[in-house]
Structures are given as C-alpha cells and as structure tokens.
Design a protein. Sequence first.
Length: 376
Amino acid sequence: MATFLHLSDTHLGYKEYMMDERENDFYESFNEAIDIGLNEHVDFFVHTGDLFDTWSPSNRALNEFKKAALKLYNNGKIMYLIMGDHDRPKRTDEIASRIFDFLGVKLLGINSIENIKVNYSGEDILISGLSNMKGLRKNFIEEEYKKGNVAAGEYKNSILMSHQGVYPYFISEACEVDSSQLPQNYKYLAFGHIHDSNLIDDRYPVFSYAGSTDLNSTSEIKHYLKYKKSVNLVEITSGNVSVQQIKLKSTRYQNIIDSDFINFQNDLKSIVNQKRDNDKKPLITLTIHGSGDRDLVRKQIKAINDIIVRGPLFEKEIKKIVEKPNMNKLLDYFNAYFNDKNTAELADKIFETIKNEDVDSAYKLIKDIMGIGNDN
C-alpha cells in the first residue's frame, strides 16, 4: 500500500489585490498542505502544476518553497511535480522548480510524457507526468496520452499527472482535451489547472482536479463557500484507489455582497460574526446599489475593524446582478469585437501562441495560416 498527497495550483508569490496579507495567505495554505501530508505519513507528494504564480518567481516565493522542500527532504519525502502554464518559461530559461532537484523535487514531463517506476511497501507504481501543453504543444497531447496509456497497461498501480483543461469539467473553448481522450489504463488521473476541486471516484480511472489551495479570483468564491479549499489524500494498493478530500483551515474567508446604503453595515457585521476556520479577517467584495452619501459609507466601512472590504463599488440602479455566462474567456471578447467566428478563433490562436511560445513560433503559426512559405 502507498499513500500520497495530491495538491495543485498553489501559485506561490501571488499578491492578490497587491495586498501583503494575500501573498502570505498563499504561503500559509501551501505549508498547511505540506503539513497535512507529513502528519498523515504519506509516502510521497504529487503536485500538478502552477507551483509558482509566474515562471520567474520572486526571491521570497523561491525561499518559501525552499523551506518546504527542505522540510520534505529532512523527512525523506519526494515531491513529484509537473509544470503548469504559469510555470513554463516564456523564453529560454531554467525552470524555477528544477533548481530544487537536489532536495528530492522531481520535475516530470516538460515537453512529452515522462514515466518513472517507484516502489513503496513492496508494490511497484508507475508515475507519469505531462506538463501543460498550450499553444503549438496542444496538438501533441493526445499522442502523449496514448504513449502513457501503453506504459500504464503494464502496471497494477499507476498515476498520471497532467495540467490541462478537460471538457466537460470546464468550458470547452478553454480546454486542451476532451475526457474521451484521457488514457484509461491509469488508476488515478491527477490533474491541475482548474481551481475548483472535482473528484470522480465511482469508476476507474479515478479522476480529480485537486483544485487550488487558495482563491485566485472572485469566480472561485461560489465553489469555495460550498466545498472549501482542499487537498487529496490518496491510497493506492493492488490496483485499488481511495481518495479523501481534506479541507484546508488556513484559507481566508471570502464572499461577495450586493447591498444598499441602508443595509450594508449589517450585512458586513453579519459576516464578521460568522464562525470561521481561522482568525483571519474576512475579505469581502462589496457592491452598494442606489443613491446616498458615498463618503459617509467609506468612513463607516473603515470603522469596521474586523473585515477587509474590496471597494465598495457603487451602482446607481438597484438591479439584480446577472452573471454573463458567455464572457468567461478571451475568445468571447474576440467574438464580440470581430463579430466573426473564424477571425475570432484566429486571433485567439495567435494570442495563445504568443503568450505561451517564443516569437519565432508565433511567426511560423501566422505564416502557416496565411500560406506563406518559409522561403518568403
């Protein structure tokens, strides 16, 4: 029997709203996840990408991870990880996490699937890794999964680590692969990239997005309020997998409040009085509808010491806020701007390539689309 902790999308160094408190929150939730694994005496750790918030992390973010890696090293634990889209260098440079390989940090699958065999408690386990494959690399994902599927067929216990958007677990236009393309010979598919956790364990292979360890945007609040942030404690033995989602207690409470000039104080105070998992001040995104004295509102908010308020945003009209379901990704904005599907898809493809590849690859893509030969 082997046990491991699956965590993902820790985004070390992210400073949400340029607040020092929020940067600290990401370090604290990451360290809590590490401590959970150590307290549960797991055999190893699996991190499925976006370890850092950027491919060139700050010295502090590097130091925070170094301290965690030292803790794992001193306890004889290895962390297997892959790159997320935030981790992959935009230019030729060293990958930040690979600096710590001497501490037992094993980076897998940089540009193609990579397989290693480990043995715990007398049982062989195949661990495969495929880092995020955006841009031109996207075309190779299915073939790499097929290679991994062949390798996994030779093992009773097997784990695939991958950092991709998978449909239908996310909106199709933002996904790299369809669930029908996932390799079926693995026992546990450990995925990163989507920040809301998702566990499908009623069939094999067991599939899970571990989810991010902290909230990166207000779009995650709805899921967080219902399920909290968590990590996966996984047991794998003789071809069987069981998963326990362990909730993180260090996550700062967040919520969104739509109120008015009369009721906003009571709405905020009700949040302060709620029982929470920790003593951190709640972070509230506040919108106030209607008309009133805005300066007085700001003074009254400052007087509530036990809460952090983003805003407030003032809306003159009292109206119900309706989420726009079709404006959740960049392609939607290209469609709205060009009013032409083909042009929008072209713009989106070029943007993704420039964002995730070097400039030469972007030029090649544009030339291929326009039918311009390399000799022109």
